[in-house]
Design a protein around this ligand. Structure first.
Ligand code: NDP
Length: 309
């Protein structure tokens, strides 16, 4: 299938790119991928996206943006992109190893995925007490005790959310302070159900067939280092994300963490006609509104590129 503009990813960057591309008469095709609505849909409430003074439920917001893209003629395709070939023009994008698209311009908006600590027991108990999404799985831990790992905004948000459901929430923070924004820190520190364990690292999870506890180390490597154990029913990771860009590694320049390198503050990659928007190319801000803005820029650049052909 031949298209002018193909967009990969269904978060704020992808959908916003689609609104702009559709209004520029590029008849965009958007591949929605495995997580419809993107990472935002794993949070509870969006309070900082302009236009929603009372906050908004993330699915509602993403559906609003999607409908806006649909209104101007975006075609949505569900499926996972398994291969690309950016060495030819038009560029090739293959879905599920079967359906091949040829596109004059491609906008990559594949976002980022949750990171795990990398300890063995995390894998053993995946889906049996280990989760990277409090909104998705918090419900299973009503009136129970859980731990959230991390000290950033995500960890604080998840801890607060879980405190609304659970008996008790530990936050396991490796530094002696939280990295989160001031408002999020205050919510955590003022919540009587949350106990922040500063300077703690997780050694392993324990339990018979499911998570029942965690072995921690306090002040690792210091003279007063101490082993500690907490009893928990759930273990939630909130230690950041890595960009979903493996698929493009043979063609696009990426930094050491895998973020796609773009040309200054434009969405242009090292390949003319391939643009990157949102978290897959943003190691710094990683905000829905920033992703949406970069999606708009990518569509404007794609339009310019297509007109130049
Ligand atoms: P961050 O990278 O900001 O924070 C990650 C946290 O996890 C840090 O406290 C970090 O510790 C800790 N961490 C990382 N690796 C490990 C490890 N191996 N073991 C233990 N702890 C670890 O990620 P977030 O997902 O929290 O946030 C990403 C971006 O999204 C930020 O810009 C944030 O502001 C934004 N965001 C905004 C929200 C909002 O405005 N409502 C909500 C959620 C996210 P250390 O500090 O020691 O590095």
């Amino acid at each position: 299938m031949n298209v002018k503009c193909l967009i990969i990813g269904s978060g704020p960057a992808g959908y916003t790119a689609a609104i702009y591309a559709a209004r520029a008469n590029l008849a965009p095709v958007l591949i929605e991928g495995p997580q419809l609505g993107g990472q935002l849909t794993t949070t509870t409430e969006v309070e900082n996206f302009p236009g929603y003074p009372d906050g908004v439920e993330p699915f509602t917001m993403m559906d609003d943006i999607r409908r806006q893209a649909e209104r101007f003629g975006t075609q949505f395709v569900s499926g996972i992109v398994t291969k690309v070939d950016f060495s030819v023009n038009p560029k090739k994008v293959i879905i599920e190893d079967e359906i091949e698209y040829e596109a004059d311009a491609v906008i990559i908006a594949t976002g980022a995925s949750a990171k795990y600590l990398g300890i063995e027991s995390e894998r053993t108990y995946r889906g049996r007490g280990v989760s990277a999404c409090a909104t998705c799985d918090g419900f299973f831990y009503r009136k129970k005790t859980v731990a959230v790992v991390g000290g950033g905004d995500t960890a604080c948000e998840e801890a607060n959310y879980l405190a609304g459901l659970c008996e008790k929430v530990y936050m396991i923070v490796r530094k002696p302070y939280l990295r989160a924004s001031e408002i999020m820190q205050q919510r955590v520190l003022n919540n009587p159900k949350i106990e922040v364990l500063f300077e703690h690292n997780t050694l392993q999870l324990t339990g018979e067939g499911k998570v029942q506890g965690a072995d921690l180390v306090f002040r690792k490597g210091e003279p007063d280092e101490e082993m500690r154990h907490i009893d928990i029913d759930g273990f939630f990771l909130a230690i950041g994300h890595h960009p979903n860009t493996e698929l493009f590694k043979d063609y696009l320049h990426r930094d050491a963490e895998g973020y796609i390198i773009v040309d200054g503050d434009s969405p242009r990659t090292n390949i003319p006609g391939v643009f990157a928007a949102g978290d897959c190319a943003d190691p710094h801000y990683r905000q829905a509104i920033v992703a949406a803005g970069s999606g708009a820029k990518a569509a404007i650049e794609a339009d310019k590129y297509i007109k130049s052909l």
